[in-house]
Design a protein around this ligand. Structure first.
Ligand code: XMP
Length: 600
């Protein structure tokens, strides 16, 4: 019997795959389709979910969709952009909201409307939108609101059509999974008939079909994804058909490449080769400031080194396909789905890789999985816990954590006259920093300046201010807090000209190692999902700044900043300031959205 299936129509949300994933976690198959999908292709689906997206439904840029979707007589659930689309399509009204809501909000339920059955009267939800539904379509009832959004949930039981302005699919929405299960089981009447095991049997078939009689040349960073990928490919194809290459790009953590070699040898991988390409990477990245340029150069250089190593080992390209441990978030954030805004070019999604993909010369067995699913697979494969539980580390490594600058002032926009003090009051000092970092706001990439706050430490206050600043001051996508030294004349902070150099990488490596050692000692390593440590050319006395960015997450798509114990933080900051060349220690107090985990 065919399993029950939910169709997700992708309007370009960063969360589209997350919806898929959540439905699969409920034991039901979910598949993604484009907005112009024919009704024929949707034959037999039990329900349709319209995803969020970066556009405005009333704009010229609105995504074209098949209006027949609304005539299929299966239940429909619109999320964020999808919610607004439902409203507009059926005769309601959507407008730009008074304020933009990014991050946590409090949902006040008015009625169940079936979709909110079992949800408490007040509950924490995750929002990421600029537009709002201001008038319900005929036949709909308003089921919930927040302080900044009047129609946060709506329902039309007779048509079986529902809309939610918030994102039930992100882990931060407390009752999110309950809401989705209401839709899937109570409204669409699906059966639980999908599992990770079923996915695997399909994946093995796919790998065998792509590889055929060829072999796999696998790029191995040593993190959990590429290691699991190595183990799976060896299992599927046999040990002698997989060549593992670890490229030391010069952006690895302290002693990382040597440790990867030992750990993988101990875990039983024989065919791993290590190649030192640090000088080549540094030469290619000389004088580059723009984060996207950096990412493209890094991706390309990895492939040039791969070609060089193949040549050296006498491996003929026609006999090999390239293997990568790419996982879902990597493909999404590079604009992997048709309508998604490109947030970042992941090193394993540069155009040369996309070409290999088109030519059928690329295998990525994990490309549909999330980090925690990869960890489940790693456990099943019997890989050591020390490897499975390591914090994720990005392919472009410390290169994207060493911020660069040409030393030129950032032009002040008129909005920089904005009085931040209006939001943070008189107890905290604030300043807009002369730096930029990447963010994701309303499903779009942003590259904007952060605000620095200084004063006494109160995580809850910082959390609230961070949300208010990024919601109300559109030009800001990140907020940081001054940890040490305690008192600094903020107007004395200057950015200096600085590029990627071995010295700066070595300095960051040293601080990064220190931070990792301290959080292990303080026994908080496992409470933190990932801990980027960033070096910025911002200083007082000609030195630089360290920014700490520990986050809590489940799958990197949504994140909240980690609130560290003050004693531990003070100890770490004190040790960092003892390192020559470091003037300041800052702490990133932004969630994702509106800021991404990495600064570049
Ligand atoms: P952001 O910064 O986009 O990061 O919130 C999400 C997750 O992806 C990691 N990351 C990368 N991983 N290649 C990778 O393999 C990349 O180019 C890359 N860029 C970011 C990041 O560390 C975080 O875990």
């Amino acid at each position: 019997m065919k399993p029950s299936q939910i169709a997700i129509i992708d309007f370009g949300s960063q969360y589209t795959h997350l919806i898929t994933r959540r439905i699969r976690q409920l034991g039901v198959l979910a598949k993604i389709f484009p907005p112009l999908v024919s009704t024929q292709e949707l034959k037999g689906v039990r329900g349709i979910i319209l995803s969020g997206g970066p556009n405005s439904v009333y704009d010229q840029t609105a995504v074209r969709y098949n209006p027949q979707l609304f005539k299929l007589e299966v239940p429909i659930l619109g999320l964020c952009y999808g919610h607004q689309l439902v409203a507009q399509h059926l005769g309601g009204k959507v407008q730009k909201g008074r304020v933009k809501e990014y991050g946590f909000a409090n949902l006040e339920k008015i009625v169940d409307g079936r979709i909110l059955a079992g949800v408490p009267k007040q509950s924490r939800i995750w929002m990421s939108h600029g537009d709002s539904v201001v008038q319900l379509p005929p036949g709909f009832i308003n089921c919930a609101k927040t302080s900044d959004c009047n129609v946060a949930a709506m329902a039309c039981a007779s048509k079986n059509i529902y809309g939610l302005q918030f994102h039930p699919e992100v882990a931060h929405t407390k009752a999110g999974q309950l809401v989705l299960s209401n839709f899937v089981f109570k409204i669409c009447h699906c059966q639980k008939d999908w599992s990770l095991e079923k996915y695997f049997s399909q994946m093995v078939k796919k790998v065998k079909a792509v590889v055929g009689k060829r072999n796999v040349f696998l790029l191995v960073s040593g993190g959990v994804d590429s290691t699991v990928c190595f183990a799976l490919l060896e299992k599927i194809l046999g040990k002698n058909r997989v060549f593992g290459l670890h490229i030391d790009s010069g952006s690895m953590r302290l002693n990382e490449s040597a440790q990867v070699k030992t750990a993988l040898a101990q875990a039983g991988f024989g065919n791993l080769h290590v190649y030192d390409a640090s000088a080549k990477f540094l030469a290619a990245l000389k004088g580059v400031v723009d984060p996207e340029k950096k990412r493209e150069i890094i991706g390309r250089t990895f492939l040039q080194i791969k070609d060089e190593v193949m040549k050296k080992n006498g491996l003929k390209p026609k006999d090999w396909v390239l293997g990568q441990g790419t996982i879902y978030p990597d493909t999404i954030e590079t604009g992997g789905t048709k309508h998604a805004d490109k947030i970042k070019t992941h090193h394993n999604r540069v155009k040369e890789i996309l070409k290999l993909m088109r030519l059928g010369a690329l295998v990525e067995p994990l490309s549909e999985l999330y980090k925690d699913e990869v960890r489940q697979v790693a456990k099943k494969l019997g890989l050591p816990a020390s490897l499975i539980n390591r914090h994720p580390f990005p392919g472009p490594g410390l290169f994207i954590r060493v911020l660069c600058s040409s030393g030129q002032e950032i032009k002040k926009s008129k909005n920089q006259k904005i009085n931040l003090q209006r939001i943070v009051g008189q107890k905290l000092k604030s300043i807009i920093l002369p730096l930029k970092s990447v963010g994701v706001q309303g499903d779009n990439r942003t590259y904007r300046q952060p605000v620095l706050l200084s004063g006494s430490l109160d995580w809850n206050k910082l959390h609230d201010f961070s949300i208010r600043i990024t919601n109300e001051v559109h030009e800001i996508n990140r907020v940081v807090y001054l940890v040490a030294p305690a008192k600094v004349k903020l107007s004395n902070l200057k950015v200096k000209k600085a590029y990627l150099t071995k010295d700066r990488l070595d300095l960051l490596r040293r601080v990064d190692a220190l931070v990792n050692e301290e959080i292990k000692k303080a026994k908080i390593y496992n409470d933190i999902w990932q801990f980027p440590v960033v070096l910025a050319p911002l200083g007082l006395k000609g030195g630089q700044t360290i920014i700490l960015r520990p986050v809590e997450s489940q799958e990197a798509m949504t994140v909240n900043f980690y609130q560290m114990n003050k004693k531990v933080l003070d100890k770490i900051a004190k040790k960092i300031l003892q390192i020559p060349g470091i003037d300041l220690v800052l702490y990133d107090v932004t969630n994702k959205p509106p800021a991404t985990i990495e600064w570049e």
